[in-house]
Design a protein around this ligand. Sequence first.
Ligand code: MSP
Length: 515
Amino acid sequence: MAVPKRYYITTPIYYVNDVPHIGHAYTTLACDVLARFMRLDGYDVRFLTGTDEHGQKVEKAAGAAGIAPQAFTDRVSQNFRDLAKVMNYSNDDFIRTTELRHTKACQAIWKALLDAGDIYLGSYAGWYAVRDEAFYAESELVEGKAPTGADVEWVEEPSYFFKLSAWQDRLLQFYERNPDFVAPRSRRNEVISFVKGGLQDLSVSRTTFKWGVPVPGAPAHIMYVWLDALTNYITSVGYPDTKNDLYSKFWPANLHMVGKDILRFHAVYWPAFLMAAGLEPPRRVFAHGWWTSEGQKISKSLGNAIMPADLVQTYGIDQVRYFLLREVPFGQDGDFSRAAMIRRMNTDLANDFGNLVQRVLTQVNRNCDSAVPEHGEYTAADLAMLKPAHELVDRMRAQFREQAFHLALDAMWEVVSLANRYVDAHAPWALRKTDPARMATVLHVLVEVIRHLGILAQPVTPDAAARVLDQLGLGPDERGFDRLGIAHALAPGRPMPKPAPVFPRYAGEGEAAKG
Ligand code: MSP
């Protein structure tokens, strides 16, 4: 029997103490692009995002805003749902940790851990950083602060513990058997050396504040916000009902996408919790890098957070989506600068891809009766143009499998450049009078190349790609990857609507020059 093509991808759930900025938009964008790619490739996809609404940090932010935590989270969580519209995300579920389905899942995993003998009651005395919602050992502190630079406070309270120390060997074995579990590779080494360094039992309940999921049977305790938050990934597929359709179809998740700052929670604590509860760990965790803004760390106090809605309004949605995934090798840190954004928008999108589409489709419209041109025999040059277009999907698949978005886009733009050179070399406009049959063949080859590029551009630039495919006259069922290749080449004579520009240049050119 064929292996079912299923794909479950998740974003971290976002703390609602703050409004979303470009860093948050980035994590979800990467997931959205993968989700769209896999859907077009015939997979049954589930794409989850949401908000992390419990814990001391959110409780404090609500206090500072002078409203009750629930009303506060209702308001800020909405900003993240609005972001999904602004950034054109295609998520299938949006989870809030204050929902009843999630409380039930959290309490169920707690009971499973307790029944397994992995949770015991003790008391915690040590450092806690509210900003990171994380406990730190004295030895980890740097000049009285958390290694992340967050302020720490001394906490002493009764607490339940998870026996993390007992999972060291099993975790190391798990990483050994699943070499692709943590990516990129350098991060995997980091995780392994952390675990080899020895694991302390983890405090998993708090008693000195109230904003969280109550521990079943011990109402003075609320669950540690990270145990609560991580559980969202199984809540969404119906846990604790592991027999239901969603759970059996989609768990274990194929990919948890996270920023490098929260890798430890996902690659160490989460698989340990799951294995202890008798559940399967996810297949892969990818830790991406961080964005700075014009060379500076993005921070509330510097007031330099870049708001996704502003960017989209200034440069366009697909331009922003393309820039974020093309500019910086995925996995590394990167810097956002307006000059770089405008350069990508004008060069890659408007000049290279946009012009290609525009000049080819305009010629088809003028010189081929607005219909797919007839083609004669292909020359070696035609085949050398078609082949890389036909093979592009395989190259992109391989890069997407590794979450190497920038390389997938590189591969695509190689075909774009090749096509521009092919147009120049074969100058179809000059053939109109001298050899109209040859002109038609050249334009046919180019229409096919554009069809491939348009179909493959859908995950990253969905709106613009849809406009390209509209201009080729493709129906909704002609846009999947199953339509790629010569077998599905457009039949000559099919009508093609009037072309219109797809990728505008940035209007405020002065700003581009400044960069
Ligand atoms: N609530 C936790 C995650 C729980 S998942 C079970 C959390 N939330 S967060 O809102 O602080 O961060 C969410 C994601 O945004 C993280 O993956 C983080 O790396 C990412 N980013 C926040 N700022 C960022 C940049 N400046 N650049 C890139 N990503 C950044 O952690």
